[in-house]
Design a protein around this ligand. Sequence first.
Ligand code: NAD
Length: 307
Amino acid sequence: MEISNKISFKNQVVIITGGGGGLGKQYALNFAERGAKVVVNDLGGSLQGKGNSTKSADVVVNKIRSRGGIAVANYDNIVTNPEGILRTAIDNFGTVHILINNAGILKDASFKKMTEKQFRDVLDVHLNGSYKLTRACWSFFRNQKYGRVIMTASPAGLYGNFGQANYSAAKLGMVGLGETLAKEGIKYNIKVNIIAPLAKSRMTETIMPPDILKKLSPEKICPLVLTLASNSCPSSGNIYEVAAGLYAQIRWERSHGTYLKPDSSLTPEAILFKLPEVIDFTNEKPQHPTQLSNYNDIWSKTSILSS
Ligand code: NAD
């Protein structure tokens, strides 16, 4: 297949949260290289969200400027001052076209040991922070009839991961948020997609073996993010898994299931007996629901049973 024209972000303004390190830093450099005006937001705290520093955002901004690119730093916390981040974009560049919700922290603990504060703090940064900043940008996207949003989820959110109840809940929350915003945004040419990346960063370098880490350079995540953030992005509301050179879409799958009459025979024991059918994905063509109207076939089948 022929590779289409080069994707450019000239005259486009992108906000990258957590743009001072890891994945966000690579995004910032890549967007700037393709002409974007970049707001590099980073609180500059520890992996657990402690402390703050202007250094990480400044280093990225200086690097972009030294290469002839356009960037400005912002050090606000996405949870407590999302408006400050947007204001940096507006004051310096007049608007925002692209939002990369990327900032994140970890407060891992087994569910038994996880405190409510650890749970809330992680939800606050990932889910509430992404919500707040996206909400702040939304009216700009709507008014200019153009917006691109990336939600950064995680395989831990899609599949669960030991010790990450807070993180998994936040990340799958971001999937639902992104899927709904894609539906609400489409008539304003606002496209929202979700990525579940795996890459070498301070989040992974102490928990993954060195030979695997070698394959996980964060640069490999950038091409997909830039495609989804581009004017030519054909996708909205989709989830992509991206790691080590794999670029794949994830979707929901519903088994064919079973239909039971809503009478006195509909008991827990009947469900237990039918469970093999409920969980059988080989039985008939499975379905891949993407919206509530995908329930129409269920309404028609269950109404036959009830009649
Ligand atoms: P990272 O720790 O290197 O980067 C996260 C950045 O976010 C940091 O620079 C941090 O200072 C910043 N940040 C944290 N809280 C902030 C706040 N409240 N306001 C502003 N900035 C804040 O980690 P990373 O691996 O580059 O992670 C980037 C994103 O990708 C995160 O959302 C993470 O959950 C997600 N993710 C990463 C992986 C992976 O394998 N690295 C896997 C799945 C998901």
